[in-house]
Design a protein around this ligand. Structure first.
Ligand SMILES: [Zn+2]
Length: 261
């Protein structure tokens, strides 16, 4: 796996204020193969035999209020849903701390992170430990952040499975070939262009008839330059079929993620 062990500090704060107007995602019906709807996309268990939940992908706490209507949801088993919640809380809180350059609850741009830091001393101390400060030779104080990449990757993979299923109706039960996450600012200009798909990548062949992605391709719904915008400035993703499936996301216009099958 291609891991970046560190994330930079407040030099990379992105502007996420000013997103106030309610945006909406369009509601898109899909009519893919019913047989693919039988299993939990995370553990593969049959959904008729277990309790299930509708899971938001991405988690709503990554978005700012007012949240868009018609957010993507997938039905998964309750056990998997509960199993992800601590990792998601860690992920959201970590992201908020990096964006604010602080573990102070009062300074968090993501409200659920502020609540979590106030409520959980354990989480607050995890964030304190993830924050590293150093002084440059020139005497400048800098911060960088070292996340628990296993937890970050579990959330990235969970989201990718959700996006692939929501868009293409494909349950990606196999282990992926690669899971990757990195701040955008760590990428070179050409890596960034490649990641964004400006190099003319995009869809190879057409998605399955009846899939949401097929509807998007023909209607342009929520689709811009191949990216599906959940909320401007907060979360966008793309799903490509290129031999296997590649799911990318950009979170808070700060963190880039990619999962390949
Ligand atoms: Zn499950």
């Amino acid at each position: 796996m291609n891991l970046h062990a560190t994330l930079p500090g407040p030099t990379c704060i992105v502007r996420i204020e000013g997103i106030s107007a309610r945006e909406r995602m369009e509601r898109i019906e899909e009519f893919t193969d019913e047989r693919n709807k039988s299993w939990c996309i995370h553990c593969g268990r049959s959904l008729v035999t277990v309790e299930t939940n509708l899971d938001h992908v991405p988690t709503k706490s990554l978005l700012t209020k007012p949240r868009p209507h018609h957010l993507p949801v997938v039905e998964i088993c309750r056990e998997c849903n509960n199993g992800f919640s601590r990792d998601e809380q860690y992920f959201v809180t970590f992201l908020s701390c990096v964006l604010s350059g602080s573990v102070d609850p009062a300074k968090q741009p993501i409200s659920s992170a502020a609540r979590a830091l106030t409520k959980s001393a354990g989480l607050a101390s995890l964030m304190e430990r993830a924050k590293r400060e150093y002084r440059t030779r020139g005497g400048e104080d800098k911060v960088f952040w070292v996340p628990d990449m296993e937890r970050v990757h579990r959330v990235v993979l969970k989201n990718a499975r959700g996006h692939a299923y929501y868009e293409f109706g494909e349950p990606m039960l196999d282990e992926p070939v690669n899971v990757w996450a990195s701040p955008l600012e760590f990428m070179t200009a050409s890596e960034r262009a490649d990641f964004e798909g400006f190099g003319g990548g995009g869809l190879v062949g057409l998605p399955e008839v009846g899939s949401r992605m097929m509807t998007r391709v023909f209607s342009g719904l929520d689709l811009s330059e191949g990216w599906i915008s959940v909320q401007a400035g907060r979360y966008r993703y793309s799903v490509e079929q290129d031999g296997g499936i590649v799911v990318r996301s950009i979170i808070a216009e700060y963190l880039a993620t990619e999962v390949r099958w």
